[in-house]
Design a protein around this ligand. Structure first.
Ligand code: MLT
Length: 408
């Protein structure tokens, strides 16, 4: 008799965004004439930048020629892309990451979800609350947690975010081997300063811990003082891995391309205290379980780093950040306390009401989809997350509808 992985029985019935999609589909079925505006899942709405499209087409054309055709690519990604990443995303900020430290993949969700399998099941895991649910669920699947207690799991350490700490909890009181950090934060939109990140790096150096740093939203940082990469923090190259994505940066949610950075100096240990290169371990995993991102997609991603690509990506980001500033302004005018929306496409709004009830009320009264804060953890109760990924016209329409619904 084939038996299931018992850890799956601990999970909540469905993934947050699947539950939201289910409720939205039911509402649409009952109200076929209502035009729903989606500001729930952070999915981009604008087309790929011209430069990426052109490179994408060129890549496809190359697949048509005998001489230019490509079969399997290098597992870590094509050198042309990894080199462009190292120069543009790191060297330009004074960070000495090399092409060799970079692993191209099909998504930061997959990488942040898969990375935990390199570590022992006895690793103590520190998870932010509120949190992007992938970090939690994948550690539950792997067997690092006990059973669910409400929206939490026994065995995890929760780093509580609140308005009091600006949704940037520090390492005080944490005893963990594996630490998940995400800045600009999903879902709160909060950002961490260099000093705040330095505390985490110092903690990891002192305790031989590892930071898994999700920087999927770094392109939305507008404040010049805020670090874009954990590797801007001295010592991080020994104790951190960073996840980046083109999904939100350049509209690649449906195209799929991302990358993970593991510096050569980053090591982990076995039970006997022997040292292992994290880069080698991930290389072993990546080359066994993954066959690379398609050549045309990597060509499209590399075009982000051309002069015209950079200008077009900036235009995209500015467009969404203009939406974010409108949402933030409207929510503040309506009297709600908000986080995010300045260095992030997410606005985290304290409605002071039950999150799922607010979600249902706004869906029913305003036909707008938001994300209930409690879907990101216990500390998200009372909040809703509004995503700036939509057209300006829809954002303006949605804000009118939401403010009316919240007042009623
Ligand atoms: C979100 O809405 O939190 C994200 O779009 C989810 C994701 O990137 O997987």
């Amino acid at each position: 008799m084939i038996q299931i992985n018992e850890n799956y029985k601990k999970l909540q019935a469905s993934y947050l965004f699947v539950e939201i999609a289910k409720r939205v589909a039911e509402f649409q079925k009952k109200n076929p004439d209502k035009s729903i505006i989606k500001m729930g899942i952070g999915d981009v709405t604008k087309p790929l930048p011209e430069a990426c499209l052109k490179a994408f087409h060129d890549g496809v054309d190359e697949m048509a020629g005998e001489a230019s055709f490509k079969g399997y690519g290098p597992e870590k990604g094509y050198e042309f892309l990894r080199q462009a990443i190292a120069e543009n995303d790191f060297h330009s900020r004074g960070v000495s990451i090399t092409a060799n430290d970079i692993f191209v993949s099909d998504g930061a969700k997959c990488d942040t979800g898969n990375f935990q399998e390199l570590f022992s099941n006895s690793s103590r895991v520190a998870i932010p609350d509120p949190v992007y649910p992938v970090y939690v669920d994948t550690n539950v699947m792997a067997g690092r947690s006990g059973v669910a207690k409400g929206s939490r799991y026994e065995g995890f350490q929760y780093m509580e975010g609140s308005e009091a700490n600006g949704f940037v909890p520090g390492p005080e009181g944490v005893e963990a081997d594996l630490i998940y950090l995400c800045y600009p934060n999903n879902p709160t939109g909060a950002v961490a300063t260099k000093e705040q990140l330095q505390k985490w790096v110092d903690y990891a150096l002192k305790n031989k811990a590892l930071i898994l740093f999700d920087a999927a939203y770094e392109a939305f940082i507008t404040d010049p003082e805020i670090p874009h990469s954990i590797f801007e923090i001295p010592g991080a190259e020994k104790v951190a891995v960073e996840f980046r994505s083109y999904s939100k940066t350049a509209g690649f949610t449906g195209t799929r391309c991302a990358y993970t950075v593991i510096p050569a100096s980053c090591v982990v240990w076995d039970a006997e205290g022997n040292e292992y290169s994290l880069q080698n371990l991930w290389n072993r995993r990546h080359s066994t379980k993954f066959n690379g991102v398609s050549y045309p997609v990597q060509k499209a991603a590399a075009a982000i780093y051309t002069e015209e690509g950079k200008a077009q990506v900036k235009e995209l980001i500015d467009y969404y950040m203009n939406n974010a500033s409108i949402i933030l302004k409207k929510m503040k005018e309506a009297g709600f306390s908000c986080t995010g929306g300045v260095n992030s496409p997410y606005i985290w709004v304290n409605t002071g009401r039950d999150s799922w009830e607010t979600f249902d009320m706004i869906l029913n009264k305003a036909a707008v989809v938001l994300t209930p804060g409690s879907g990101f953890g216990q500390c998200g109760e009372g909040y809703i997350r509004i995503s700036a990924f939509n057209s300006l016209e829809n954002v303006e329409k949605a804000m009118d509808r939401i403010t009316k619904a919240l007042k009623s």
